[in-house]
Design a protein around this ligand. Structure first.
Ligand code: HEC
Length: 508
């Protein structure tokens, strides 16, 4: 290999993954630990004196980052606000600075140490006691100061002066290409409209779309490229089921927020899914079965088809139990006529049709309860015998659509030439984009991934005009908790709404 080639390779390696993190000297690295974790470079325990009374607590309980943020940009909420510790702002600019109605000249190393240790700013103003005073050794103070000078560079990928980069993975060929094209059209249209209105907090949104390719390896490469080379800030509605097993781990590692559907292997604190989990949708069906079909507490059985559904089936059974059911143990369907007054089914359309046929052959007619997202394709082919015995969960139905929501959707379909039969893909994408932009608007100009996650957690009662109100919470990563219950009439199928969406409690 010649030198140029070797160099190019080195640079390429250097451009991936962790190597992109700030390159810190050992001293700055020690300062970073103090800043983030409140620990000293020596064995000594650091203390912070808190509040007007000066009570001592370990600094590890109150590290700087807990108030000023890991990115040092301070916090916008609360009364006395922890200001931004950007070195440019503290020390380099001309003229006086302002924070919490104090006015003071530029900081220098010595005055900075005095602020941190004694709570006095360069003008001699006392800092509010909400800022603890820290007892630091000379070495610790030097480390901390060194790091504070670099802190401003600790910026999340994808956030530029005038641009914020979002990314997604959408197939351009293969069986999911059509869905990929719909999602792409809706996203690009939404981004273009936001940019026409001036973007968000003075930044234009840029959408980077990559094709995940045919298999897991190609999809992982595409994700890698999106995060490490394209350096996108957040992911929105990727469509790459082959990443179901690895996606959560990968985005957790880099703390990348994702707004879109939950992978089949389960959720993650980084993933905000506008739609309800399959489990909570099935619980809505069970509530209806108890209230209106008169099923006894031991009348339900959770049946699943396909090994990939087993964990979910068990989860559903446990949650049924929490809600006062005494369900039989979960059962794997393999062609047999299962027992039970009501069957909660998890699996694909084909297996659902086979289950119905096996039951019919055995002369059984239980109620069949399933998520529309899993089995809807199978119901049209069911014999008339199943009329009003099949109940499907739908996260939203056309009656949720407000006049404005409907207008948004039909103008979108017209403008982009989309098929109304794919309305649910369009609605899901619109909802994800809506929640993402709502979160981005709330975090203000100091965009960081951490702040976006916190802002998304704080979203409640977001009216999309197309779904029931959406919202998240500290432990809540699904925009809805439950679904409408729809009875299926056959032949047809004819769909009748028999119970509206009511959020089911997470757990007891
Ligand atoms: C419990 C929350 C909290 C912690 C922990 C905390 N601060 Fe503060 N800090 C504040 C608040 C609130 C202010 C604003 C005080 C004021 O304006 O009167 C502040 C002010 C400051 C200022 C003055 C900035 C200015 O513009 O005058 C500096 C410098 C500072 N903090 C650095 C640090 C460092 C370094 C650490 C960690 C060793 C730290 N802070 C830990 C809450 C905190």
């Amino acid at each position: 290999m010649n030198t140029t080639k070797a160099l190019a390779m080195l640079i390429a390696i250097g451009l991936t993954g962790q190597a992109l993190a700030l390159d810190l000297t050992p001293q700055e690295e020690a300062g970073k630990r103090l800043y983030r974790e409140g620990v000293s470079s020596s064995d000594a325990q650091l203390t912070a004196r808190v509040g007007a009374s000066g009570m001592s607590v370990p600094a590890s309980v109150l590290p700087c980052a807990s108030c000023h943020g890991t990115d040092g940009r301070g916090r916008a909420e609360g009364g006395v606000r922890p200001p931004s510790l950007d070195w440019q702002r503290l020390a380099l600019g001309e003229g006086d600075r302002q924070a919490n109605s104090r006015s003071y000249p530029a900081y220098a190393d010595a005055t900075l140490a005095r602020a941190i240790q004694q709570g006095v700013d360069p003008a001699g103003n006392r800092l509010d006691p909400a800022m603890p005073r820290f007892d630091l050794t000379l070495a610790d103070q030097r480390n901390l100061t060194a790091y504070l000078k670099r802190l401003g560079e600790e910026r999340d990928p994808g956030v530029e002066e005038g641009e914020l980069r979002l990314g997604t993975l959408l197939p351009d060929s293969g069986p999911l290409a059509e869905a990929g094209h719909v999602i792409r059209a809706v996203l690009e249209d939404g981004v273009a409209r936001l940019n026409q209105q001036g973007g968000i907090h003075g930044r234009r949104l840029q959408l980077v779309v990559l094709d995940p390719g045919p298999d897991q390896a190609s999809a992982e490469l595409a994700l890698e490229r999106l995060l490490d080379q394209e350096r996108v800030f957040a992911l929105v509605t990727p469509l790459a089921p082959m990443l179901d097993q690895s996606l959560s781990a990968r985005i957790e590692q880099q703390r990348v927020p994702l707004i879109g559907s939950t992978p089949r292997s389960g959720g993650s604190t980084q993933i905000f899914d506008p739609m309800p989990s399959v489990a909570s949708q099935l619980l809505s069906l069970a509530s209806h079965a108890r209230a209106s079909l008169g099923l006894a507490p031991d009348g339900l059985r959770v049946v699943y088809a396909g090994a990939d559904q087993a964990a979910l089936a068990e989860q559903v059974r446990e949650r049924l139990q929490e809600q006062g059911w005494s369900p039989a143990p979960i059962e794997a369907f393999d062609g047999q006529a299962v027992e039970g007054e009501g069957i909660v089914f998890l699996g694909r359309p084909q297996a659902f049709a086979e289950l119905a046929a096996a039951l019919q052959a055995a002369g059984r007619e239980p109620y069949l309860l399933a998520a529309s997202s899993q089995v809807a394709n199978a119901v049209a082919g069911l014999p008339a015998q199943w009329s009003q015995r099949v109940f499907l969960a739908y996260p939203y139905v056309p009656s949720d659509w407000t006049v404005q929501g409907l207008a948004t959707l039909s103008s979108l379909e017209q403008r982009l030439g989309l098929d109304p039969r794919q309305a649910s893909l369009q609605v899901n994408t619109l909802c994800a984009l809506r929640l993402l932009t709502e979160g981005l608007k709330q975090i203000g100009r100091d965009a960081s991934r951490e702040r976006l996650v916190a802002a998304l957690e704080g979203l409640h009662d977001i009216d999309t005009g197309l779904t029931p109100a959406l919202g998240f919470g500290p432990g809540r990563r699904q925009g809805m908790a439950g679904a409408h219950v729809i009875a299926v009439g056959l032949p047809g199928p004819r769909f009748t709404s028999v119970a509206p969406y009511r959020p089911v409690p997470d757990s007891l």
